[in-house]
Design a binder for this molecule. Structure first.
Ligand code: 5GP
Length: 125
């Protein structure tokens, strides 16, 4: 299995500084920024800096340092946004992948959503 990464995707452009973003957190291997169309009071996207299409791609090919950095960055974003269970009311992580996951941007991202009750996980089809 090989993953084709399109380096013209919008998050690759954000990583190269070609498109502005509102950064929440930057670490050695990860970047977190506000979603341009927020669907909750907290809606932050966390991406690895490496060229990974999706979560499964990242899980297969990322280094342990990248994986640890990314997981910790996601937890830090929840804390920075005040939705972590230490201080806040909780949150939801979503990572859409591929066609059935209805992934719009083909660079791995985890949505960190919170700040209100988010309702049930999926609407009935
Ligand atoms: P997906 O559907 O791929 O899981 O989510 C892509 C997300 O990227 C959407 O929530 C969308 O609002 C966000 N998005 C798309 N283009 C941009 C952009 O140029 N800047 C930012 N900050 N978010 C974007």
């Amino acid at each position: 299995m090989s993953y084709d990464y399109d380096d013209q995707n919008i998050f690759a452009k954000i990583l190269r500084g070609e498109i502005p973003n509102t950064t929440v957190l930057e670490t050695e291997h990860s970047l977190a920024f506000q979603d341009i169309t927020p669907q909750a009071p907290t809606h932050v996207l966390v991406i690895p800096k490496g060229a990974y299409v999706s979560f499964d791609h990242f899980a297969l090919e990322a280094s342990e340092a990248e994986i640890v950095d990314y997981v910790r960055a996601i937890g830090s974003v929840a804390k920075i946004c005040g939705v972590d269970l230490g201080e806040g009311g909780g949150f939801r992580l979503i990572s859409n992948a591929g066609q059935d996951g209805v992934q719009e941007v083909p660079h791995l991202h985890v949505h960190v959503l919170g700040g209100r009750n988010l309702g049930r996980m999926l609407a009935k089809a």
